[in-house]
Design a protein around this ligand. Structure first.
Ligand code: 13P
Length: 262
């Protein structure tokens, strides 16, 4: 099933989305443990953590000087002012975020976030100097109704149509909603075909190279089968990134793949 050698990869992303699994104390405890483990590094592997907003600054303070980048799990699309309860991309940028998840399926389907809101957040991130990691993905219902392609194409169109990237970076995360833990992991053939479709669709709107990463029940045991596929430029684990004994093996495994294929 391997489509390529990891040697052909140039940069891959390993981003841990901690969702709302950990409270402040648990988040700080986990980063402290991560800093105490001697983790391998590789110039082609970009590591990132997306803690909850309450824990963001404390996590940043522990991580200072480490190889991890930090990201927001969500951003507001306004900048500063009378926006109760919102945290803008600009505020996150000032607090040390490099990335922000935008349009995660849990925001889209639990909190009714629309494609239009996602687009505003993408633009707010680009304006603030944050790299948006825009999540797209079909639900089981879409799949059953043969609407997977339609759903993905529409989500991509709403992100990229008329968007001025002007040499700014953007990342797409393909996360089939049905594969998110404790769902059923996506089989590698389907992941490969879908990533191909997503790359082809993005190319209709921009000449910029847009990395497409995969998320949905990724762990140390299955990560290689995804990273070996053409068009998979990284992974976005949730659950497996929230415990030291699942996250460290995952990081070690990914870096080990690169070390084995220098
Ligand atoms: P899981 O790895 O828990 O399936 O989460 C994937 C995800 O939603 C990351 O954003």
């Amino acid at each position: 099933m391997k489509d390529k050698h990891l040697t052909t990869l140039r940069m891959i992303y390993l981003f841990g989305n901690w969702k709302m699994y950990l409270d402040l104390e648990e988040s700080v405890a986990l980063v402290t443990e991560l800093c105490n483990v001697k983790l391998p590094t590789h110039e082609y592997v970009t590591l990132g953590i997306f803690p909850n907003p309450l824990a963001f600054v404390s996590v940043r303070n522990v991580f200072k000087g480490s190889t991890f980048f930090l990201g927001a799990q969500n951003v507001g699309w306004t900048s500063k002012g009378a926006y109760t309860g919102s945290i803008s991309a600009e505020l996150y940028k000032n607090a040390g975020a490099t990335y922000a998840l935008v349009g995660h399926s849990e925001r889209r389907y639990i909190f009714n976030e629309t494609n239009e809101a996602v687009r505003k957040k993408v633009e707010a991130c680009l304006d603030a100097g944050i790299i948006p990691v825009v999540c797209i993905g079909e639900t089981q219902k879409d799949k059953d109704a043969n609407k997977k392609e339609y759903r993905l194409k529409k989500q991509i169109m709403k992100v990229f149509e008329g968007l001025s990237l002007d040499r700014k970076e953007i990342i797409i995360a393909y996360e089939p909603v049905w594969a998110i833990w404790p769902g059923t992991p996506c089989n590698p053939e389907e992941a490969r075909d879908t990533h191909e479709l997503i790359h082809a669709e993005i190319a209709k709107y921009t000449d910029t190279k847009v990395p497409v990463i995969y998320g949905g029940s990724v762990n140390a045991e299955n990560v290689e089968q995804y990273l070996s596929l053409n068009g998979v430029d990284g992974v976005l684990p949730g659950h497996a990134s929230t415990k030291i004994d699942t996250f460290v093996p995952l990081i070690e495994h990914v870096i080990g793949l690169f070390r084995a294929n220098p």
